[in-house]
Write a protein that binds this ligand. Structure first.
Ligand code: PGA
Length: 256
């Protein structure tokens, strides 16, 4: 495990109602040993990415807790005629300090391009949000031996705006929601490529500081072996984050 403070994100995608979110926060708070208890200090930094309508609910339910909030996406513009989109200032206003950029479900379902992801990374920085940039190859790209080319292309594009603060999530598309987790060795290999590329683009110091999370069917059973890899600094958790006990088990696997 590295000296970088682990970071664990819960990506709720399009799940849960406000009553369920309140229940989640209450159960999580109890299990975590009080809202400001065990998660503070040297334990993993935790951020939740709920769908937009749940942000005010969670901002209230998590008041005084060390759990941060993030948006699942943002529009590059600060405001305007963009039906169905949400802006950086709106996310910040709703209590977010983070935002996901370039999740594979946005790239696939909404045709998000590398250039659009870069524009979102730039917008996040302008509005005081830390982008968590998601990168990953599809099953076909892996079979075709293109994994590292895809990762470096996505990374170079996303860092074009030269963000001051950011974190990365390596999320192989074939592992997301499939139960087919990358092995620790496969994940480490990809993380090492990302850190090396990061070093080429922004220098060794930035690369050494940057947290690179793993995402793709992370769960309480595989978290310990994955986090033991030298270039793996935490998790972006989808399915398992919907259960506060399983999410907390993953956080604890990253703890001191
Ligand atoms: P999963 O999702 O943990 O359900 O595979 C991860 C993600 O999409 O961020």
């Amino acid at each position: 495990m590295s000296a970088r403070r682990p970071l664990v994100g819960g990506n709720w995608k399009m799940h849960l109602t406000s009553a369920e979110a309140r229940d989640w926060a209450a159960r999580f708070g109890r299990q975590a040993g009080g809202q400001t208890g065990r998660l503070a200090g040297r334990q993993a930094e935790v951020v939740l990415f709920p769908s937009f309508p749940l942000l005010p609910v969670l901002a209230r339910a998590l008041t005084g807790s060390p759990v941060a909030l993030g948006g699942q996406d943002l529009h590059p513009a600060a405001s305007g005629a963009h039906t169905g989109d949400v802006s950086g200032p709106q996310l910040a206003d709703a209590g977010c300090s983070w935002v996901l950029c370039g999740h594979s479900e946005r790239r696939q379902d909404h045709g998000e391009t590398d250039a659009e992801v870069a524009a979102k990374v730039a917008a996040a920085g302008r509005h005081g949000l830390v982008p968590l940039v998601c990168l990953g190859e599809t099953a076909g790209e892996r079979r075709g031996g293109e994994t590292f080319a895809v990762l470096t292309r996505q990374l170079r594009a996303a860092l074009e705006p030269r963000p001051e603060r950011f974190a990365l999530a390596y999320e192989p598309v074939w592992a997301i929601g499939t139960g087919d987790t990358a092995t620790p060795e496969t994940a480490q290999e990809a993380h090492a490529v990302l850190r090396r590329t990061l070093s080429e683009i922004l220098g060794a110091a930035v690369a050494a500081r940057c947290r690179i999370l793993y995402g793709g069917s992370a769960n309480p059973d595989n978290a310990a072996a994955l986090i033991a890899q030298p270039d793996l600094d935490g998790f972006l958790v989808g399915g398992a984050s919907l259960d506060p006990d399983r999410f907390l088990a993953i956080i604890r696997a990253c703890g001191p």
